[in-house]
Ligand binder design. Structure first.
Ligand code: ITT
Length: 193
């Protein structure tokens, strides 16, 4: 239950992405879990799944921090592109950007896509536990909204009309892939006592 319990010590979140950090704080804060940024995500391997990338990085980050850490690897999987960019989303965003992704979909009849968030929790001498969250939706014809980060201006979550970029932090936190994985983590974390 959100707010029913809390841990005194903040959880470290190893990320360099301010948007992810704000979203993690908003969602985990509802559970009474405080989040502190750790600037050392460590090695990001190349792998077919975001889960493998997050799990591997979390081991290195936990050992570097000497404290339990969270690492998230997220990606946008577009159906018409065979799941591309998926685990390569950060690279694709940096290179061709939102406009490039929209151009890749010109003439495609399907604009369906899914955002996946793989969140790995690891203690310095332990093995990672991974939580996965998803958000299904479609890629908009053109970018809309200045909120969020990354591909937010072109992702319309299922059941809505506005892009993630047009939503507030709280609105995105009600439906996003990151909120989904973070809530799964929070329930597990608090249930451990
Ligand atoms: P860290 O590795 O430091 O956490 P990052 O931005 O590099 O930050 P990822 O490696 O997980 O994060 O890359 C995921 C990319 O996918 C990210 O850069 C965005 O372009 C995109 N992405 C992931 N989640 C997103 C979201 O909620 N909204 C928009 N774009 C997102």
């Amino acid at each position: 239950m959100p707010g029913s319990s809390s841990r005194a010590r903040p959880v470290l979140f190893a990320t360099s992405n301010r948007g992810k950090l704000e979203e993690a704080r908003e969602v985990l804060g509802r559970f009474g879990i405080q989040v502190e940024q750790f600037d050392g995500k460590g090695i990001e391997i190349q792998a077919d799944t975001t889960g493998e990338v997050a799990a591997f990085a979390s081991r290195g980050a936990a050992r570097a921090a000497r404290r339990p850490v969270l690492v998230e690897d997220a990606g946008l999987f577009v159906d018409a592109l065979g799941g591309f960019p998926g685990p390569y989303s950060a690279y694709v965003f940096k290179t061709i950007g939102v406009g490039g992704l929209v151009r890749l979909l010109e003439g495609e009849s399907s604009r369906a896509a899914v955002f996946v968030s793989s969140l790995a929790y690891c203690e310095p001498s332990g093995d990672p536990t991974t939580f996965e969250g998803t958000a299904r939706g479609t890629i908009a014809e053109r970018p809309r909204g200045g909120g969020g980060f990354g591909f937010d201006p072109v992702f319309v979550p299922r059941g809505g009309a506005r892009t993630f970029g047009e939503l507030t932090l709280e609105q995105k936190g009600a439906v996003s892939h990151r909120a989904d994985s973070m809530k799964k983590f929070a329930r597990w974390y608090l249930s451990r006592g």
